[in-house]
Design a protein around this ligand. Structure first.
Ligand code: HMG
Ligand code: MG
Length: 304
């Protein structure tokens, strides 16, 4: 057996963020019907974890303002977890009313990004998340924790790996079952991924870590491969490579889910997702948005 692939995970869980991270930055309004169609198509591909919306201030992120309507209209597939972002108590109440299956709080390893994104310092954000996580847990919801800017910050540049490890550890202590390490501006490279993952995994079990790569510098697939080599077995991705963060100017979409599935197939790693179905879903939403599918795998396979 090739020694390089011998310690890769046998199975990977894909966490689809297209309907949330993918669409949150779109300027033109996307109808509830188009979002619902996307989410329903995605759940038919075998994806079992879909971030379907976000209960944030509509003044901050107008595109997510119709998340309650989206949750009310989707066909919930048995066994599929439909989740949403909730930055505070108000978001959690809306998420509970919408009957989400799981929530996520989102912090950062950069002070400046934290202020720009959620209008508070890192320590204030943790104080704010504590009651949200507690109440969600009491309602039987699992809580995911995001940490942004783990490879670099659009405002501060370099970010100390210790800050990443600290925030990740705090979120776990508050009750998050999983930490998604976000390369918000897609600036990281594979050896850096290994340094960050190794540092964080000193304090958080590797099984509880996910990698969330934006592909601004074209490094996402290489970075995911590096994360897999470290033992990470949860990967965030966005169909058709949709996405960007409104508070990280210039950051491109997440790594395309189609490209991740193709990579996993090549490595012989199971993820339970049908690539053809995913490409269909990506083509449909790309047509709706009037743009080219950003997945290279989809573009190549569309020509066949
Ligand atoms: P604030 O202005 O400090 O909040 O914003 P506030 O509590 O003072 O409230 C201001 C107004 O917003 C009030 O309304 C509240 O009711 C309302 P007003 O009285 O002025 O009419 N409000 C809400 N409305 C609906 N839902 C809510 C809510 N909360 C307050 N939950 C706040 C603080 C956190 C609310 C704001 O900064 C915010 O919504 N930020 C969200 C930013 C965001 O969604 N960013 C993108 C997601 S993160 C991301 O993409 C990164 C990630 O993908 C990982 C990676 O790539 O790194 C996860
Ligand atoms: Mg993101």
């Amino acid at each position: 057996m090739n020694h390089l692939v011998s310690h890769l995970p046998k199975r990977v869980s894909l966490f689809e963020v297209g309907p949330r991270d993918g669409l949150q930055n779109e300027k033109a309004a996307i109808t509830v019907a188009d979002k619902v169609k996307l989410i329903n198509q995605l759940s038919q591909t075998g994806l079992t974890r879909i971030e379907a919306g976000s209960f944030v201030s509509p003044k901050w992120v107008p595109q997510m303002a119709n998340s309650s309507q989206v949750f009310a209209a989707i066909n919930r597939k048995n066994g599929t977890v439909y989740s949403a972002l909730t930055p505070n108590g108000k978001g959690l109440q809306a998420a509970l009313a919408a009957k989400v299956d799981e929530i996520a709080v989102f912090g950062a390893a950069s002070e400046t990004f934290s202020r720009k994104n959620i209008n508070c310092s890192i320590s204030e954000s943790l104080e704010r998340f504590a009651p949200v996580i507690k109440l969600a847990t009491e309602h039987g919801l699992r809580v995911r924790g995001y940490v942004s800017c783990v490879m670099g910050c659009p405002y501060e540049g370099h970010i100390d790996v210790k800050s990443v490890a600290n925030v990740s550890e705090q979120l776990v202590k508050l009750g998050c079952y999983e930490i998604s390490l976000g390369d918000t501006i897609g600036c990281g490279t594979p050896e850096q991924v290994k340094r960050v993952v190794n540092e964080v995994s000193e304090r958080v079990a590797i099984e509880a870590l996910a990698i969330h790569c934006h592909d601004t510098y074209g490094q996402a697939i290489a970075n995911i491969y590096a994360a897999l080599q470290c033992g990470i077995s949860t990967i965030d991705s966005s169909v058709a490579g949709l996405g960007g963060c409104p508070y990280a100017a210039g950051a491109s979409g997440n790594v395309a889910s189609e490209d991740v599935v193709y990579l996993l197939q090549g490595l012989g790693i199971e993820c339970g997702v049908n690539l053809a179905g995913l490409i269909d879903a990506g083509n449909t939403i790309s047509r709706t948005l009037g743009r080219q599918n950003q997945s290279k795998v989809a573009r190549a396979m569309n020509k066949q």
